[in-house]
Design a protein. Sequence first.
Length: 304
Amino acid sequence: MTAAPEGIERDFPLARLTTVRTGGRADWFARPGDEEQLVELLAWAHREGLPVGVVGSGSNLLVADRGFRGLALKLGGELVAIERDGERLLCGGGARLPSAAAKAAGWGLAGLEFGVNIPGTAGGAVKMNANAYGGQLARILAWVDVCTFEGRDRRQPEQLGFAYRSSNLGAEEVVARASFLLAPGDPAAIGATLAAMRKKRREAQPSGIKTFGSTFKNPADERAGGRTAGQLLEAAGCRGLRVGGARFAEKHANFVENTGEATTAEVLELMAEGRRRVYQRFGIELEPEVQLLGDVRWPGGWEL
Ligand SMILES: Cc1cc2nc3c(=O)[nH]c(=O)nc-3n(C[C@H](O)[C@H](O)[C@H](O)COP(=O)(O)OP(=O)(O)OC[C@H]3O[C@@H](n4cnc5c(N)ncnc54)[C@H](O)[C@@H]3O)c2cc1C
């Protein structure tokens, strides 16, 4: 093995970097502060044949209990900056979306209001094509700078293969910067929209719990009759259902809650049970929205 770039840590616990707080350790971990460091780390991992996993806010991420036998990256320094350039908002890939939405409002820039309720980073939101309340990430995204082991390249939204909660970015393609093209507006009015959106969210979803948000994608299957994954889980009797320390939240059945000391294995068992119940009742196969990191093994009952 060649010498690891400076700043790399060994055996790093990942649970605390996720909002659900489960899972094991990464063999290697680093916090690149600029694009140069990021590319250097990606190149090193590539030479060593190590898989790479980038962790944003960990708000839609489930880490295997056995951990991750690769290099986990968490962006820092310049890569979390939020700046204004005229009507554009330039965000580091690791910039938090709610902060970006609040800053944009303060600068009188409209269009990113939906980001106030998405507790992820700009990079994670691009990777996941995150949306809320009709806000469309793709509509305001001007470009992204993507780093790979070979360097950096700028991509346009139409190159990102956006579909429902997905993009074509691979695990070793890291969003280092994103530019959002916003529209001038009245800061007070934009601020009021943010407040209304926060309120609406508080009424609809549990707050203050350890969760990764939506567990399953809303199915396109016509047997769902337009019902969301949460409505199907609820109708299949999953609200409050528990496996060990993991349970489907009382307020929103598509949210898995870590009630204390849940393991990832318990979360997976619960997901498998929810999926089985929805399949038995409606014949619909729910697909996970939550992203997996490491050697995640689905329990026996996962395949329907
Ligand atoms: C309470 C709650 C509410 C939520 N509400 C919404 C909602 O309304 N709408 C919605 O769409 N989502 C929602 N989510 C889910 C989540 O916030 C989004 O999917 C978010 O975009 C994930 O960003 P993240 O930075 O946390 O990514 P992570 O969860 O850390 O990672 C998710 C995926 O993105 C990848 N990734 C992260 N950063 C980068 C990067 N810089 N470059 C490339 N890939 C990267 C990871 O490798 C992983 O594959 C919610 C989650 C919670 C906990």
